[in-house]
Structure formats: C-alpha cells, structure tokens
Design a binder for this molecule. Structure first.
Ligand code: ZN
Ligand code: ZN
Length: 326
C-alpha cells in the first residue's frame, strides 16, 4: 500500500509506494478515504511526543467500512481496561495507543483499528470536509462542554472568551453560538483571524484585553502560553472555567490569591467517543460546522507540514488518500 512514513524525528516525511499492508491481528483493516493534517502531527514529527519513529502519522481519519459505509474514526484509543477507559474517557488513558501518535495512523491507504466500535457512520457528512472534526472539531467541542452548564445558568448574561481564533478556535466560536446565549469574544493577534472570528459569529474580536473588560464565565485558551493563561486567569469570573487546550507549554501560579475564588481550571484534551457521536449529530443538523477544507494528494504530506509550520494556511488541510475527491 501507499504510506507516508516518519522514519526519524526532525526528518522529512517519506512517501513509500509499497509499504507492507497492516495485519488485522484481532482488529480490523480500514480503507482510508481522507486524513486531516493536525498540529499534533507536527509535534510528533519534531519528537515532542508520541511513539519513537518509524511511524505513520494521521489521526483525523475518514474511511469506508464494508457494512457501515463511510465512517469517521475515533482515534484516541485507550487500553480498554482502566477506570478512565471504562467511563468512555479513552483519550486520558495512561496506556494510550492513539492512531497516528502511538500506533500507525491515516497517512496511508489502510489502517489497522482495534474494533468496529471506534467507527461512527458519516451519514451524509462529506468525508473530506468533515475529517478535521475527528480531532480539531472534537477537541474544541469538549473544551466548550467544560463550561457550558455555567454559561446556560447565566443565560444572556453569560460571556465567553476564545483565545486563538485559528481552526480550533473557529470551531469553538460556532459551538458557543449554537449551544449557548453567551456573548462571545475572540482574542487573536492576527487581524485576518479577528475578521474571520466575527464573520463566523463572535460578537467582537480584539488583539488584547484591558483591565476594564468585563469578566468571562468560560475562557478557552487554544494557545496555552504563559501570557495567554495569565490573560485567562485575570479575566475569569468566580465560578467560571478556564479550559486550556493549546500545547505552548506555559504555566501560571495556582492557589488562594493567585486566581479568583471558586474558579475551575482544566487541561482539556481531545474528547470522548460519546462526544464524537454528539458532535457529528450536531454537524448534521448545523452544516455551518463542517467547513470546506483544502484537499491535497497524499504525496504532498510534507509540503502540508511545511505550510502548517510557516502559518501559510487559511483553514485545515486534508490529504486525499483514496483519490475520490472531485
Ligand atoms: Zn485505559
Ligand atoms: Zn489532532
């Protein structure tokens, strides 16, 4: 089969035309249709986390199953034995075997998956445009859900702040507008991203906040730098939630006096299998969640990574694995 392989950290991806096909080995083989390119792929390629190469990257996977038809893959597989896994929270399992991060992923014609329970039928969703929902869309969905009850309690007085209006931030803005009555503010240094944020539903967008800005009941930080976490802690309301999603590695002090009383801080990661199903239901009802993507052939995986590193992107890139994209 064709596969794009990371042979060693910090080396270019290699297109292999005759890579050995995976063995089912108690699981099953999925024919891949499309695979989104995610920032986490860059982190694995750089050796920041994930399995020691060689590895086939790619965890935003759609494919075709002989009985289910077109499907989306839930990629954060856990051990299926621990207490987190038994609650359906496989993305925080300590013995994770996530596709594309710890085992071979979707930058290939075929992929071995542990079982059919990791597949959700697309039921009409486009396999290319929807592929980034598998990680980007789901991660933003879980982050919003961490604070949604509080936003609903506050009704039309609720206020939410989205820090970082790139791909994930844009999903979060759409979810917040669809699922709550909160006033939504987007924070991003880029004028273009501020404009996009307002276009898709944010009530306002800015490059910075000042001390006179009213507090927020939910802050989602898609950057995760010390400065953005500081902004979050400075502007969160009592009983509010700060969800950090971004992997910039920043940290701030936590304790009495360091953060407002009765605030909640959560490092939010990916989403559960149940949340993937919920989010896909929402996407079928609200097509605005599924945005057109840029589709590139599998052989262009390295140039997709290069462009992601340089920030030369408008939305998400999806690799056309099956060649079915028209
Ligand atoms: Zn587990
Ligand atoms: Zn991802």
């Amino acid at each position: 089969m064709r596969a794009v392989v990371l042979n060693a950290s910090n080396t270019p991806l290699q297109m292999v035309e005759d890579h050995p096909a995976p063995a089912a080995d108690g699981g099953l083989i999925l024919d891949v249709t499309a695979c989104g390119v995610c920032h986490s792929d860059i982190h694995v390629a750089d050796g920041d986390f994930g399995k020691e190469p060689p590895i086939i990257l790619g965890h935003e996977v759609t494919g075709v199953h002989p009985e289910l038809g077109p499907v989306m893959l839930y990629a954060p597989w856990g051990c299926r034995n621990c207490s987190e896994c038994s609650q359906g929270l496989e993305m925080i399992c300590s013995n994770s075997s996530e596709a594309g991060l710890f085992t071979d992923g979707g930058y290939a014609d075929q992929l071995r998956i542990p079982g059919v329970e990791y597949l959700t039928p697309l039921d009409g969703l486009d396999p290319y445009d929807s592929a980034p929902l598998a990680c980007g869309g789901l991660t933003a969905y879980r982050a919003v859900l961490h604070g949604l009850d509080r936003l609903r309690e506050r009704g039309s007085d609720a206020r939410a702040l989205v820090i970082g209006a790139g791909g994930l931030g844009q999903y979060a803005i759409r979810y917040l507008r669809l699922l709550s009555d909160a006033h939504v503010t987007a924070l991003d240094l880029s004028d273009a991203k501020q404009a996009t944020a307002v276009e898709i539903g944010a009530h306002e967008a800015a490059g910075s906040l000042d001390d006179s800005t009213a507090g927020f009941d939910l802050v989602i930080d898609f950057i995760g730098a010390e400065a953005t976490l500081r902004t979050a802690a400075d502007h969160i309301n009592k009983l509010g939630t700060v969800a950090v999603v971004g992997l910039a590695g920043g940290s701030i002090p936590f304790g009495f006096g360091a953060v407002p009383l009765e605030t909640h801080f959560v490092a939010s990661v990916w989403g559960s299998r149940g949340q993937l199903d919920e989010m896909l239901d929402l996407a079928r009802r609200e097509p605005s969640i599924v945005q057109p993507v840029e589709v590139l052939p599998l052989a262009d995986a390295q140039s997709a990574h290069d462009r992601m590193r340089s920030g030369d992107l408008r939305g998400r890139i999806v690799l056309d694995i099956s060649g079915a994209h028209s």
